[in-house]
Ligand binder design. Structure first.
Ligand code: OFO
Length: 173
């Protein structure tokens, strides 16, 4: 594995762990507003992000490289005042992650790292879903607004989300 690849994969561990902490912070903020269903959704999202980081962690190990566990910046929730702000920020963050994953794919092709090119495809597909999920909830929030019984019903809908413990490249699909 080239140094460029090693560095970008370690950097992506940092990105995924930041995502996990960001969503955990958002879960806390939502719960403090008594939006327990939305908090549940974000809490599961945080666990999924941890597993995304583990995917890169194990991929490095499987390729005989020791992963570097990085320092993670504190999540920034400034400017988040209501539920719709939370999901708009989540969507923006996922768009950033999509760009990061795209760079890994481009580098894998450039460096002719076929194993990475194959591995990263799961993340490319996952990002379509990640953005679509955040977009869908943001869209529903702009329909129902940030208060009242419609918000309560949407909160209940998001309480139904359950965690699927899946590590990319490790857990059998
Ligand atoms: Fe790891 O997909 Fe969201 O950030």
């Amino acid at each position: 594995m080239t140094d460029k690849i090693k560095n970008i994969l370690n950097e992506q561990i940092r990105e995924e762990m930041y995502s996990s902490n960001l969503y955990l912070a958002m879960a806390g903020r939502l719960e403090s507003w008594n939006l327990k269903g939305m908090s549940n959704w974000m809490h599961i999202q945080a666990k999924e992000e941890h597993n995304h980081a583990l995917g890169f962690f194990y991929f490095l190990l499987d390729r005989d490289e020791e992963p570097v566990i990085p320092a993670i910046a504190a999540p920034d929730l400034s400017g988040i005042k209501k539920a719709s702000d939370v999901f708009a920020a989540a969507l923006k963050h996922e768009q950033h992650i999509t760009a990061c994953i795209g760079k890994i794919y481009e580098l894998a092709k450039e460096e002719k790292d076929h194993a990475l090119e194959s591995f990263i495809k799961w993340y490319i597909d996952e990002q379509v879903e990640e953005e679509a999920n955040a977009k869908e909830i943001s869209g529903k929030l702009s329909l129902v607004g940030d208060a009242g019984s419609s918000l309560y019903l949407l909160d209940q809908e998001l309480a139904a989300r359950t965690f699927v413990d899946f590590i990319p490249g490790k857990t059998a699909a």
